[in-house]
Design a protein around this ligand. Sequence first.
Ligand code: SAH
Ligand code: F3S
Length: 487
Amino acid sequence: MTTNQGTEKIIDESQQGTTLTLEKKDDNNRKLYIESYGCQMNFSDSEIVASILAKEGFNTTQLLEEADLVLVNTCSIREKAETTVRKRLEKFNAVKKTNPGMKVGVLGCMAERLKSKFLEEEKIVDMVVGPDAYKDLPNLIKEIDEGRNAVNVLLSKDETYGDVAPVRLNSNGVTAFVSITRGCDNMCTFCVVPFTRGRERSRNPQSILEEVNELWEKGFKEITLLGQNVDSYLWYGGGLKKDFEKATAMQKATSVNFSNLLELVAEAQPKMRIRFSTSNPQDMTLDVIEAMAKHENICNYIHLPVQSGSNRILKAMNRLHTREEYFELIDNIRKINPDCAISQDMITGFATETEEDHRDTLSLMEYVKYDFGFMFAYSERPGTLAERKMDDDIPEETKKRRLKEIIELQQQHSFYRTQQHVGKIEEVLIEGSSKKSDAHWMGRNSQNTVVVFPKESYKVGDFVNVKINDCTSATLIGEAIEYSKNN
Ligand code: SAH
Ligand code: F3S
Protein backbone atom coordinates (compact mmCIF):
# COMPACT_ATOMS: atom_id res chain seq x y z
CA MET A 1 0.00 0.00 0.00
CA THR A 2 1.60 3.26 -0.89
CA THR A 3 -0.68 6.26 -1.06
CA ASN A 4 -2.61 6.63 2.15
CA GLN A 5 0.16 6.45 4.68
CA GLY A 6 1.93 9.20 6.56
CA THR A 7 5.58 9.52 5.63
CA GLU A 8 6.77 8.91 9.13
CA LYS A 9 5.03 5.62 9.60
CA ILE A 10 6.42 2.19 9.10
CA ILE A 11 3.80 0.40 7.09
CA ASP A 12 1.90 -1.92 9.33
CA GLU A 13 -0.35 -4.23 7.39
CA SER A 14 -2.39 -4.87 10.51
CA GLN A 15 -3.75 -1.33 10.21
CA GLN A 16 -4.76 -1.78 6.64
CA GLY A 17 -7.49 -4.35 7.03
CA THR A 18 -10.62 -2.84 5.63
CA THR A 19 -14.11 -4.15 5.54
CA LEU A 20 -15.70 -3.75 2.15
CA THR A 21 -19.37 -3.34 1.44
CA LEU A 22 -21.32 -4.29 -1.61
CA GLU A 23 -24.79 -3.22 -2.60
CA LYS A 24 -27.55 -5.78 -2.69
CA LYS A 25 -27.93 -7.16 -6.20
CA ASP A 26 -30.83 -9.57 -5.96
CA ASP A 27 -33.03 -11.41 -3.51
CA ASN A 28 -30.52 -14.05 -2.61
CA ASN A 29 -29.82 -13.86 1.07
CA ARG A 30 -26.26 -15.08 1.34
CA LYS A 31 -23.99 -12.69 3.16
CA LEU A 32 -20.37 -12.04 2.28
CA TYR A 33 -17.82 -10.44 4.59
CA ILE A 34 -14.55 -9.52 2.87
CA GLU A 35 -11.32 -8.06 4.27
CA SER A 36 -8.23 -6.93 2.36
CA TYR A 37 -4.61 -6.56 3.43
CA GLY A 38 -1.46 -5.34 1.70
CA CYS A 39 -0.99 -3.54 -1.60
CA GLN A 40 -3.41 -1.51 -3.71
CA MET A 41 -3.65 -4.40 -6.15
CA ASN A 42 -5.24 -6.54 -3.43
CA PHE A 43 -7.84 -3.86 -2.73
CA SER A 44 -8.49 -3.62 -6.45
CA ASP A 45 -8.74 -7.42 -6.75
CA SER A 46 -11.31 -7.51 -3.94
CA GLU A 47 -13.49 -5.28 -6.12
CA ILE A 48 -13.22 -7.91 -8.86
CA VAL A 49 -14.13 -10.65 -6.38
CA ALA A 50 -17.13 -8.64 -5.17
CA SER A 51 -18.27 -8.24 -8.76
CA ILE A 52 -17.97 -11.97 -9.49
CA LEU A 53 -19.82 -12.90 -6.28
CA ALA A 54 -22.53 -10.26 -6.76
CA LYS A 55 -23.57 -12.25 -9.84
CA GLU A 56 -23.85 -15.29 -7.57
CA GLY A 57 -26.26 -13.41 -5.32
CA PHE A 58 -23.97 -12.51 -2.44
CA ASN A 59 -24.72 -9.32 -0.49
CA THR A 60 -21.95 -8.00 1.69
CA THR A 61 -22.14 -7.33 5.36
CA GLN A 62 -19.84 -5.53 7.76
CA LEU A 63 -20.94 -7.92 10.51
CA LEU A 64 -18.66 -10.91 10.70
CA GLU A 65 -21.15 -12.61 13.04
CA GLU A 66 -23.84 -12.87 10.35
CA ALA A 67 -21.60 -13.84 7.40
CA ASP A 68 -22.22 -17.01 5.38
CA LEU A 69 -18.91 -16.55 3.59
CA VAL A 70 -15.83 -14.81 5.00
CA LEU A 71 -13.05 -13.97 2.55
CA VAL A 72 -9.68 -12.55 3.49
CA ASN A 73 -7.47 -11.20 0.72
CA THR A 74 -3.97 -11.74 2.05
CA CYS A 75 -0.45 -10.31 1.74
CA SER A 76 2.87 -12.19 1.99
CA ILE A 77 5.30 -9.33 1.47
CA ARG A 78 6.66 -9.37 5.03
CA GLU A 79 6.31 -11.92 7.82
CA LYS A 80 4.25 -9.47 9.86
CA ALA A 81 1.63 -9.27 7.12
CA GLU A 82 1.16 -13.02 7.35
CA THR A 83 1.05 -12.98 11.16
CA THR A 84 -1.76 -10.43 11.00
CA VAL A 85 -3.80 -12.74 8.77
CA ARG A 86 -3.19 -15.74 11.06
CA LYS A 87 -4.50 -13.66 14.00
CA ARG A 88 -7.62 -12.79 12.01
CA LEU A 89 -8.18 -16.49 11.32
CA GLU A 90 -8.14 -17.08 15.09
CA LYS A 91 -10.84 -14.47 15.43
CA PHE A 92 -12.90 -16.13 12.65
CA ASN A 93 -12.51 -19.41 14.52
CA ALA A 94 -13.99 -17.87 17.64
CA VAL A 95 -16.91 -16.43 15.66
CA LYS A 96 -17.57 -19.78 14.02
CA LYS A 97 -18.56 -21.18 17.42
CA THR A 98 -21.68 -19.01 17.35
CA ASN A 99 -22.11 -19.14 13.56
CA PRO A 100 -21.30 -22.76 12.63
CA GLY A 101 -22.49 -22.50 9.01
CA MET A 102 -19.90 -19.85 8.21
CA LYS A 103 -17.34 -20.76 5.52
CA VAL A 104 -13.88 -19.19 5.34
CA GLY A 105 -11.81 -18.60 2.21
CA VAL A 106 -8.31 -17.16 1.89
CA LEU A 107 -7.44 -15.25 -1.27
CA GLY A 108 -4.32 -13.51 -2.54
CA CYS A 109 -0.60 -13.97 -2.01
CA MET A 110 -0.62 -16.14 1.13
CA ALA A 111 -3.08 -18.48 -0.60
CA GLU A 112 -0.72 -18.74 -3.57
CA ARG A 113 2.34 -19.21 -1.38
CA LEU A 114 0.93 -21.87 0.95
CA LYS A 115 -1.52 -23.58 -1.42
CA SER A 116 -3.27 -26.64 0.08
CA LYS A 117 -0.85 -26.51 3.04
CA PHE A 118 -3.10 -23.72 4.30
CA LEU A 119 -5.91 -26.25 4.82
CA GLU A 120 -3.65 -28.37 7.04
CA GLU A 121 -2.17 -25.48 8.97
CA GLU A 122 -5.42 -23.61 9.63
CA LYS A 123 -8.39 -25.87 10.22
CA ILE A 124 -10.81 -22.95 9.97
CA VAL A 125 -10.01 -22.50 6.25
CA ASP A 126 -12.39 -24.14 3.73
CA MET A 127 -11.13 -22.58 0.51
CA VAL A 128 -7.76 -21.38 -0.85
CA VAL A 129 -7.81 -19.21 -3.98
CA GLY A 130 -4.76 -17.65 -5.67
CA PRO A 131 -4.80 -14.18 -7.27
CA ASP A 132 -5.45 -15.45 -10.81
CA ALA A 133 -8.26 -17.87 -9.94
CA TYR A 134 -11.11 -15.61 -8.84
CA LYS A 135 -13.22 -16.39 -11.91
CA ASP A 136 -13.41 -19.93 -10.58
CA LEU A 137 -14.96 -18.77 -7.28
CA PRO A 138 -18.54 -19.79 -8.23
CA ASN A 139 -17.35 -23.40 -8.78
CA LEU A 140 -15.18 -23.40 -5.69
CA ILE A 141 -18.05 -22.14 -3.56
CA LYS A 142 -20.24 -24.98 -4.87
CA GLU A 143 -17.55 -27.41 -3.69
CA ILE A 144 -17.45 -26.01 -0.18
CA ASP A 145 -21.26 -25.86 -0.08
CA GLU A 146 -21.19 -29.61 -0.62
CA GLY A 147 -18.82 -30.03 2.31
CA ARG A 148 -15.52 -30.41 0.48
CA ASN A 149 -12.49 -28.15 0.76
CA ALA A 150 -11.60 -26.27 -2.41
CA VAL A 151 -8.27 -25.05 -3.78
CA ASN A 152 -7.37 -23.20 -6.99
CA VAL A 153 -3.95 -21.59 -7.14
CA LEU A 154 -3.32 -21.76 -10.89
CA LEU A 155 -1.45 -18.76 -12.24
CA SER A 156 -2.48 -17.41 -15.61
CA LYS A 157 -0.75 -16.35 -18.82
CA ASP A 158 -3.43 -13.76 -19.59
CA GLU A 159 -4.50 -10.55 -18.00
CA THR A 160 -7.23 -12.34 -16.19
CA TYR A 161 -9.87 -9.80 -15.25
CA GLY A 162 -9.94 -7.23 -18.07
CA ASP A 163 -13.55 -8.16 -18.82
CA VAL A 164 -14.83 -8.00 -15.23
CA ALA A 165 -16.27 -4.60 -14.27
CA PRO A 166 -15.12 -4.06 -10.68
CA VAL A 167 -17.72 -3.21 -8.06
CA ARG A 168 -16.31 -0.05 -6.39
CA LEU A 169 -16.17 -0.91 -2.71
CA ASN A 170 -16.02 1.59 0.15
CA SER A 171 -15.47 4.18 -2.54
CA ASN A 172 -15.26 7.92 -1.96
CA GLY A 173 -16.79 8.28 -5.45
CA VAL A 174 -13.84 10.44 -6.54
CA THR A 175 -10.70 8.28 -6.82
CA ALA A 176 -10.40 4.75 -8.20
CA PHE A 177 -7.78 2.14 -9.09
CA VAL A 178 -7.54 0.73 -12.60
CA SER A 179 -5.43 -2.37 -12.92
CA ILE A 180 -3.23 -2.44 -16.08
CA THR A 181 -0.71 -5.22 -15.54
CA ARG A 182 -0.49 -8.31 -13.38
CA GLY A 183 2.53 -10.23 -12.10
CA CYS A 184 6.19 -9.26 -12.04
CA ASP A 185 9.21 -10.56 -13.95
CA ASN A 186 11.84 -8.58 -12.09
CA MET A 187 12.89 -11.18 -9.54
CA CYS A 188 14.27 -8.84 -6.90
CA THR A 189 15.95 -11.36 -4.61
CA PHE A 190 14.09 -10.28 -1.43
CA CYS A 191 10.62 -10.27 -2.97
CA VAL A 192 7.91 -12.93 -2.88
CA VAL A 193 5.66 -11.22 -5.47
CA PRO A 194 6.99 -12.97 -8.62
CA PHE A 195 6.16 -16.29 -6.92
CA THR A 196 2.70 -15.32 -5.71
CA ARG A 197 1.50 -13.24 -8.64
CA GLY A 198 3.17 -14.96 -11.54
CA ARG A 199 4.62 -13.66 -14.77
CA GLU A 200 4.03 -10.20 -16.15
CA ARG A 201 1.14 -9.63 -18.57
CA SER A 202 -0.66 -6.51 -19.66
CA ARG A 203 -4.28 -5.64 -20.16
CA ASN A 204 -5.85 -4.64 -23.48
CA PRO A 205 -5.69 -0.79 -23.73
CA GLN A 206 -9.23 -0.77 -25.15
CA SER A 207 -10.66 -2.30 -21.97
CA ILE A 208 -8.58 0.10 -19.85
CA LEU A 209 -9.99 3.07 -21.79
CA GLU A 210 -13.53 1.73 -21.44
CA GLU A 211 -13.10 1.44 -17.68
CA VAL A 212 -11.67 4.96 -17.43
CA ASN A 213 -14.49 6.44 -19.55
CA GLU A 214 -17.07 4.66 -17.44
CA LEU A 215 -15.48 5.97 -14.23
CA TRP A 216 -15.61 9.52 -15.61
CA GLU A 217 -19.28 9.11 -16.47
CA LYS A 218 -19.97 7.93 -12.92
CA GLY A 219 -18.36 11.10 -11.54
CA PHE A 220 -14.88 9.83 -10.65
CA LYS A 221 -12.16 12.49 -11.02
CA GLU A 222 -8.91 10.65 -10.44
CA ILE A 223 -7.60 7.23 -11.37
CA THR A 224 -4.44 5.36 -10.44
CA LEU A 225 -3.14 2.95 -13.08
CA LEU A 226 -1.96 -0.05 -11.10
CA GLY A 227 0.66 -2.72 -11.59
CA GLN A 228 3.53 -4.26 -9.64
CA ASN A 229 5.71 -2.72 -12.29
CA VAL A 230 3.62 -0.29 -14.38
CA ASP A 231 6.42 1.08 -16.58
CA SER A 232 6.92 -2.35 -18.01
CA TYR A 233 3.33 -2.32 -19.45
CA LEU A 234 3.33 -3.73 -22.99
CA TRP A 235 0.30 -4.72 -25.03
CA TYR A 236 0.95 -6.60 -28.25
CA GLY A 237 -2.31 -8.51 -28.55
CA GLY A 238 -2.09 -10.53 -25.33
CA GLY A 239 0.37 -12.99 -23.81
CA LEU A 240 3.24 -12.79 -21.40
CA LYS A 241 5.69 -9.88 -21.51
CA LYS A 242 8.59 -12.32 -21.78
CA ASP A 243 7.13 -13.72 -25.03
CA PHE A 244 7.13 -10.33 -26.80
CA GLU A 245 10.26 -11.39 -28.69
CA LYS A 246 8.19 -14.09 -30.41
CA ALA A 247 5.47 -11.65 -31.51
CA THR A 248 4.91 -11.03 -35.24
CA ALA A 249 6.32 -7.93 -36.94
CA MET A 250 2.79 -6.55 -37.15
CA GLN A 251 2.17 -7.12 -33.43
CA LYS A 252 5.43 -5.41 -32.60
CA ALA A 253 4.69 -2.44 -34.85
CA THR A 254 1.27 -1.87 -33.28
CA SER A 255 2.26 -2.57 -29.68
CA VAL A 256 1.38 -0.11 -26.93
CA ASN A 257 3.93 0.66 -24.22
CA PHE A 258 3.39 2.49 -20.92
CA SER A 259 4.03 6.02 -22.20
CA ASN A 260 1.67 5.34 -25.15
CA LEU A 261 -0.98 4.11 -22.72
CA LEU A 262 -0.53 7.13 -20.43
CA GLU A 263 -1.07 9.46 -23.37
CA LEU A 264 -4.08 7.49 -24.63
CA VAL A 265 -5.73 7.71 -21.21
CA ALA A 266 -4.78 11.37 -20.69
CA GLU A 267 -6.24 12.32 -24.07
CA ALA A 268 -9.39 10.19 -23.71
CA GLN A 269 -10.33 12.01 -20.48
CA PRO A 270 -8.49 15.35 -20.40
CA LYS A 271 -10.07 16.40 -17.10
CA MET A 272 -9.49 13.14 -15.27
CA ARG A 273 -6.46 13.24 -12.98
CA ILE A 274 -4.13 10.35 -13.73
CA ARG A 275 -1.67 8.70 -11.36
CA PHE A 276 0.26 5.46 -11.67
CA SER A 277 2.01 3.05 -9.31
CA THR A 278 4.54 1.46 -8.94
CA SER A 279 7.57 2.38 -11.05
CA ASN A 280 10.73 0.33 -10.92
CA PRO A 281 13.63 2.69 -11.82
CA GLN A 282 15.12 0.13 -14.21
CA ASP A 283 11.96 0.18 -16.37
CA MET A 284 11.18 3.89 -16.28
CA THR A 285 11.98 5.63 -19.56
CA LEU A 286 12.30 9.30 -20.48
CA ASP A 287 9.18 9.17 -22.66
CA VAL A 288 7.09 8.52 -19.52
CA ILE A 289 8.52 11.64 -17.87
CA GLU A 290 7.93 13.57 -21.10
CA ALA A 291 4.32 12.36 -21.32
CA MET A 292 3.82 13.63 -17.76
CA ALA A 293 5.18 17.05 -18.73
CA LYS A 294 3.02 17.17 -21.86
CA HIS A 295 -0.34 16.39 -20.22
CA GLU A 296 -1.53 18.62 -17.43
CA ASN A 297 -3.88 15.93 -16.14
CA ILE A 298 -1.07 13.44 -15.45
CA CYS A 299 -0.15 14.17 -11.84
CA ASN A 300 3.32 15.37 -10.90
CA TYR A 301 4.19 12.45 -8.69
CA ILE A 302 6.34 9.36 -9.14
CA HIS A 303 6.68 6.56 -6.63
CA LEU A 304 10.17 5.35 -7.42
CA PRO A 305 11.31 2.68 -4.93
CA VAL A 306 15.07 2.25 -4.73
CA GLN A 307 15.42 -0.09 -1.69
CA SER A 308 19.06 0.80 -1.00
CA GLY A 309 21.68 3.44 -1.81
CA SER A 310 24.56 0.98 -1.98
CA ASN A 311 25.66 -0.42 -5.33
CA ARG A 312 26.76 -3.64 -3.69
CA ILE A 313 23.37 -4.16 -2.03
CA LEU A 314 21.45 -3.13 -5.18
CA LYS A 315 23.32 -5.86 -7.02
CA ALA A 316 22.64 -8.43 -4.28
CA MET A 317 18.96 -7.47 -4.49
CA ASN A 318 19.02 -7.92 -8.29
CA ARG A 319 17.90 -4.35 -8.80
CA LEU A 320 19.21 -3.79 -12.31
CA HIS A 321 20.54 -0.24 -11.93
CA THR A 322 23.32 1.48 -10.04
CA ARG A 323 23.12 4.38 -7.60
CA GLU A 324 24.62 6.62 -10.32
CA GLU A 325 21.98 5.57 -12.88
CA TYR A 326 19.29 6.28 -10.31
CA PHE A 327 20.70 9.79 -9.77
CA GLU A 328 20.67 10.33 -13.54
CA LEU A 329 16.99 9.36 -13.63
CA ILE A 330 16.23 11.72 -10.72
CA ASP A 331 18.13 14.54 -12.49
CA ASN A 332 16.12 13.93 -15.68
CA ILE A 333 12.83 13.98 -13.78
CA ARG A 334 13.78 17.27 -12.12
CA LYS A 335 14.94 18.76 -15.42
CA ILE A 336 11.86 17.78 -17.45
CA ASN A 337 9.34 18.09 -14.62
CA PRO A 338 10.70 20.46 -11.95
CA ASP A 339 7.55 20.29 -9.79
CA CYS A 340 7.45 16.51 -9.67
CA ALA A 341 7.23 14.89 -6.23
CA ILE A 342 9.18 11.67 -5.77
CA SER A 343 8.72 9.00 -3.11
CA GLN A 344 10.66 5.89 -2.14
CA ASP A 345 10.46 2.40 -0.68
CA MET A 346 13.54 1.44 1.30
CA ILE A 347 14.69 -1.73 3.03
CA THR A 348 17.17 -1.73 5.93
CA GLY A 349 19.24 -4.70 7.03
CA PHE A 350 19.16 -6.75 3.84
CA ALA A 351 21.57 -9.71 4.02
CA THR A 352 25.23 -8.56 4.35
CA GLU A 353 24.35 -4.85 4.67
CA THR A 354 27.24 -3.03 6.38
CA GLU A 355 27.29 0.35 8.13
CA GLU A 356 28.92 1.72 4.99
CA ASP A 357 26.07 0.41 2.82
CA HIS A 358 23.63 1.99 5.26
CA ARG A 359 25.48 5.33 5.02
CA ASP A 360 25.16 5.07 1.23
CA THR A 361 21.40 4.81 1.69
CA LEU A 362 21.39 7.91 3.91
CA SER A 363 23.48 9.86 1.40
CA LEU A 364 21.26 8.78 -1.50
CA MET A 365 18.30 10.09 0.48
CA GLU A 366 20.16 13.37 1.06
CA TYR A 367 20.67 13.70 -2.69
CA VAL A 368 17.05 13.09 -3.63
CA LYS A 369 15.26 14.58 -0.58
CA TYR A 370 12.13 12.51 -1.20
CA ASP A 371 8.68 13.93 -0.58
CA PHE A 372 7.43 10.73 1.07
CA GLY A 373 8.80 7.33 1.94
CA PHE A 374 7.78 3.84 2.92
CA MET A 375 10.50 2.13 4.88
CA PHE A 376 10.82 -1.43 6.11
CA ALA A 377 13.20 -3.70 7.99
CA TYR A 378 14.19 -6.65 5.83
CA SER A 379 11.98 -9.68 6.38
CA GLU A 380 13.24 -12.91 4.86
CA ARG A 381 10.56 -14.60 2.76
CA PRO A 382 10.42 -18.35 2.11
CA GLY A 383 11.21 -19.41 -1.45
CA THR A 384 12.84 -16.12 -2.53
CA LEU A 385 16.32 -16.11 -4.05
CA ALA A 386 17.71 -14.30 -1.01
CA GLU A 387 16.28 -16.92 1.34
CA ARG A 388 17.81 -19.73 -0.71
CA LYS A 389 21.22 -18.15 -1.35
CA MET A 390 21.97 -15.72 1.47
CA ASP A 391 22.09 -15.64 5.26
CA ASP A 392 19.64 -13.28 6.94
CA ASP A 393 22.65 -12.15 8.98
CA ILE A 394 21.81 -8.66 10.21
CA PRO A 395 20.60 -8.68 13.83
CA GLU A 396 17.03 -7.47 14.34
CA GLU A 397 18.15 -4.58 16.55
CA THR A 398 20.56 -3.36 13.85
CA LYS A 399 17.81 -3.52 11.20
CA LYS A 400 15.53 -1.55 13.53
CA ARG A 401 18.16 1.05 14.43
CA ARG A 402 18.96 1.67 10.76
CA LEU A 403 15.25 1.82 10.00
CA LYS A 404 14.77 4.44 12.71
CA GLU A 405 17.62 6.50 11.23
CA ILE A 406 16.17 6.52 7.72
CA ILE A 407 12.67 7.27 9.00
CA GLU A 408 14.00 10.27 10.93
CA LEU A 409 15.87 11.53 7.90
CA GLN A 410 12.79 11.05 5.69
CA GLN A 411 10.74 13.06 8.16
CA GLN A 412 13.17 15.97 7.86
CA HIS A 413 13.04 15.76 4.08
CA SER A 414 9.24 15.50 4.02
CA PHE A 415 9.06 18.65 6.14
CA TYR A 416 11.54 20.39 3.84
CA ARG A 417 9.35 19.43 0.85
CA THR A 418 6.01 20.45 2.40
CA GLN A 419 7.51 23.83 3.35
CA GLN A 420 8.19 24.50 -0.34
CA HIS A 421 4.41 24.57 -0.93
CA VAL A 422 3.69 27.24 1.70
CA GLY A 423 2.64 30.54 0.12
CA LYS A 424 1.61 28.90 -3.17
CA ILE A 425 -1.85 28.45 -4.66
CA GLU A 426 -2.38 24.82 -5.65
CA GLU A 427 -5.17 22.82 -7.22
CA VAL A 428 -6.69 20.29 -4.82
CA LEU A 429 -9.20 17.54 -5.55
CA ILE A 430 -11.54 17.14 -2.56
CA GLU A 431 -11.78 13.49 -1.43
CA GLY A 432 -13.72 13.79 1.85
CA SER A 433 -13.79 15.24 5.34
CA SER A 434 -10.51 15.68 7.19
CA LYS A 435 -9.95 12.88 9.69
CA LYS A 436 -9.22 15.41 12.43
CA SER A 437 -11.96 17.99 11.79
CA ASP A 438 -15.40 17.71 10.31
CA ALA A 439 -15.28 21.41 9.42
CA HIS A 440 -12.37 20.81 7.01
CA TRP A 441 -12.04 19.07 3.67
CA MET A 442 -9.18 16.72 2.87
CA GLY A 443 -7.83 16.44 -0.66
CA ARG A 444 -4.55 16.10 -2.52
CA ASN A 445 -2.54 18.36 -4.76
CA SER A 446 -0.98 17.08 -7.97
CA GLN A 447 2.10 15.96 -6.00
CA ASN A 448 -0.09 13.65 -3.87
CA THR A 449 0.45 15.69 -0.69
CA VAL A 450 -2.58 15.84 1.61
CA VAL A 451 -4.13 19.31 1.88
CA VAL A 452 -6.75 20.32 4.48
CA PHE A 453 -8.84 23.51 4.41
CA PRO A 454 -12.18 24.90 5.74
CA LYS A 455 -15.16 23.46 3.86
CA GLU A 456 -17.13 26.61 2.98
CA SER A 457 -19.62 25.69 0.24
CA TYR A 458 -17.31 23.35 -1.70
CA LYS A 459 -18.12 19.66 -1.99
CA VAL A 460 -16.50 16.26 -2.47
CA GLY A 461 -15.22 15.86 -6.05
CA ASP A 462 -14.62 19.60 -6.62
CA PHE A 463 -11.29 20.83 -7.94
CA VAL A 464 -10.43 23.88 -5.81
CA ASN A 465 -7.53 26.34 -5.84
CA VAL A 466 -6.19 26.42 -2.31
CA LYS A 467 -3.74 28.92 -0.84
CA ILE A 468 -1.27 27.00 1.32
CA ASN A 469 -0.63 28.84 4.60
CA ASP A 470 1.08 26.29 6.81
CA CYS A 471 2.33 22.70 6.92
CA THR A 472 3.45 19.74 9.00
CA SER A 473 5.81 17.11 7.58
CA ALA A 474 2.83 15.23 6.11
CA THR A 475 0.04 17.77 5.57
CA LEU A 476 -0.50 21.16 3.94
CA ILE A 477 -2.95 23.51 5.63
CA GLY A 478 -4.69 26.20 3.59
CA GLU A 479 -7.80 28.08 2.55
CA ALA A 480 -9.83 27.73 -0.64
CA ILE A 481 -9.64 30.72 -2.98
CA GLU A 482 -11.91 29.66 -5.88
CA TYR A 483 -13.02 26.75 -8.05
CA SER A 484 -10.27 25.61 -10.39
CA LYS A 485 -10.83 25.82 -14.15
CA ASN A 486 -10.84 22.03 -14.30
CA ASN A 487 -14.34 21.55 -12.85
N1 SAH B 1 6.36 -3.29 -7.30
C1 SAH B 1 5.68 -3.39 -6.03
C2 SAH B 1 6.62 -3.36 -4.90
C3 SAH B 1 6.50 -4.56 -4.17
S1 SAH B 1 6.26 -4.59 -2.52
C4 SAH B 1 4.57 -2.41 -5.85
O1 SAH B 1 3.78 -2.24 -6.72
O2 SAH B 1 4.41 -1.80 -4.79
C5 SAH B 1 6.38 -2.98 -1.86
C6 SAH B 1 7.63 -2.77 -1.08
O3 SAH B 1 7.75 -3.71 -0.02
C7 SAH B 1 8.92 -2.94 -1.85
O4 SAH B 1 9.21 -1.83 -2.65
C8 SAH B 1 9.93 -3.15 -0.76
O5 SAH B 1 10.44 -1.94 -0.27
C9 SAH B 1 9.11 -3.82 0.34
N2 SAH B 1 9.45 -5.23 0.45
C10 SAH B 1 9.29 -6.20 -0.46
N3 SAH B 1 9.78 -7.37 0.00
C11 SAH B 1 10.25 -7.12 1.25
C12 SAH B 1 10.89 -7.93 2.24
N4 SAH B 1 11.15 -9.22 2.03
N5 SAH B 1 11.24 -7.34 3.41
C13 SAH B 1 11.00 -6.03 3.62
N6 SAH B 1 10.42 -5.23 2.73
C14 SAH B 1 10.04 -5.77 1.55
FE1 F3S C 1 8.89 -7.31 -6.07
FE2 F3S C 1 10.89 -6.24 -7.40
FE3 F3S C 1 8.67 -6.98 -8.66
S1 F3S C 1 10.10 -5.52 -5.43
S2 F3S C 1 7.07 -6.74 -7.16
S3 F3S C 1 10.12 -8.32 -7.65
S4 F3S C 1 9.87 -5.12 -9.02
